[in-house]
Design a protein around this ligand. Structure first.
Ligand code: FAD
Length: 195
């Protein structure tokens, strides 16, 4: 026999893994609130290509049926990311961190995947340049520009004095959610410039 026995083993493992994934998905969907049948088919199809981690009941509950991401979904996700970043932004940011958030906003205003939004946000940034000297400065600046967007869409504005209460710091042990870009990067950059 010229075939590699390890290959047979791998094929068998893949086959068993696919069966287990499909059965697990069926089991979890049966024991959860069953979604509408069309959604269930969609979910099963997409689940069969996921890793086993995707079958965790909590993950499944959070998964919304597949479909195109709307402009609203994208907006909410992006604001969540930005306000969470602001919540984690340090009281005394390093030069690198200040530079990074400014660049991030500039990149967002060029690459945000909604042309009208990106164009508008570029104008907002010109009228209100990023302020990122401290945690308070950055989170209030972000709240302000989010309100500029809210106003342009005819939405209510958010009271910025409550921004820290709305977007509290992440709960992470051992400072695992701290932002990267610590002083060592500044030192490395300075050394690079001196060369
Ligand atoms: P969102 O505005 O997405 O807000 C999410 C949550 O943040 C709210 O539920 C509230 O709890 C909280 N929140 C609201 N305001 C503030 C604030 N000022 N500070 C802190 N927290 C707040 N959509 C368009 O149609 N046209 C655009 O031009 C456009 N430009 C955008 C530019 C950017 C950079 C981004 C990130 C999004 C843009 N969007 C745009 C999307 C739009 O802002 C909303 O995200 C989307 O309409 C969904 O709105 P929402 O009412 O669910 O809440």
């Amino acid at each position: 026999m010229s075939e590699n026995p390890v290959q047979h083993l791998l094929q068998a493992f893949n086959y068993i893994s696919r069966c287990v994934q499909t059965q697990l998905a069926r089991f979890i969907l049966r024991s959860d609130q069953p979604p509408a049948s069309a959604q269930k088919d969609n979910l099963l199809t997409s689940l069969s290509s996921y890793s086993v981690g995707a079958f965790h009941p909590e993950t499944l509950q959070k998964q919304k049926p597949s479909g195109p991401t709307t402009r609203e979904d994208l907006g909410r996700a992006t604001w969540t990311f930005l306000h969470t970043l602001a919540a984690q932004y340090p009281e005394k940011p390093t030069r690198q961190q200040k530079k990074d958030v400014k660049e991030l906003m500039a990149i967002l205003s060029r690459m945000y995947p909604c042309k009208e939004c990106a164009d508008h946000f570029r104008e907002v940034l010109i009228a209100t340049p990023v302020q990122a000297g401290s945690h308070d400065e950055f989170s209030h600046w972000l709240c302000h520009v989010h309100n500029v967007v809210n106003r342009s869409l005819g939405k209510l504005t958010f009271p910025c004095e409550r921004v820290d209460a709305r977007w509290g710091k992440l709960e992470c042990e051992n400072r695992a959610c701290d932002l990267q870009g610590a002083a060592s990067i500044d030192v490395a950059n300075d050394a690079h410039k001196r060369r």
